[in-house]
Design a protein around this ligand. Structure first.
Ligand code: UDP
Ligand code: MG
Length: 139
């Protein structure tokens, strides 16, 4: 299996609930290598750009509002099969549908405020890591 990069974001609900440490511990225990992390507050413009693929969907405006509502923690991760394995670790978008033991099942309140982002393909993993991290910030 190929070594891949994927982008996680601990979303503003995760930070508000002070769950950063617990979620990062689960990510590290699952074998992901942390290449970079930072805490930032996204502007509406940046949140809108990050989720541009969803522009026009009914949830887009609420998503942009939520993602810019407080600090979040982008994390660049690396592992064999990182993209699929990370999505398995976090569970389905809606915590109601997420498998037992997944991060969203454990911690998320609803489909919008679902604790954590994960890239959906190796190509997007690279693009999304580069959205938040310069080369010298990946160590
Ligand atoms: N989202 C939402 N309502 C929906 C679908 C998505 O609020 O019906 C939000 C949710 O925060 C989700 C994000 O938009 O994580 C991106 O949606 P996507 O379908 O890409 O889900 P993900 O890849 O995060 O599981
Ligand atoms: Mg997605």
């Amino acid at each position: 299996m190929a070594v891949e990069r994927t982008l996680a974001i601990l979303k503003p609900d995760c930070v508000k609930k002070n769950l950063q440490g617990e979620v990062i511990a689960r990510i590290q225990k699952a074998g992901f290598k942390v290449l970079g992390f930072k805490m930032i507050r996204l502007t509406k413009e940046a949140a809108g750009a990050f989720y541009a693929v969803h522009k026009g969907r009914p949830f887009y405006d609420g998503l942009v509002e939520f993602m810019s509502s407080g600090p979040c923690v982008p994390i660049a991760l690396e592992k064999e099969n990182a993209v699929a394995d990370f999505r398995t670790l976090i569970g389905a978008t809606d915590p109601k549908d997420a498998a037992e033991g997944t991060i969203r099942k454990l911690y998320a309140d609803n489909k919008g405020e679902n604790i954590v982002h994960g890239s959906d393909s190796p190509e997007n993993g690279k693009i999304e890591v580069a959205f938040f991290f310069s080369g010298s910030e990946l160590v």
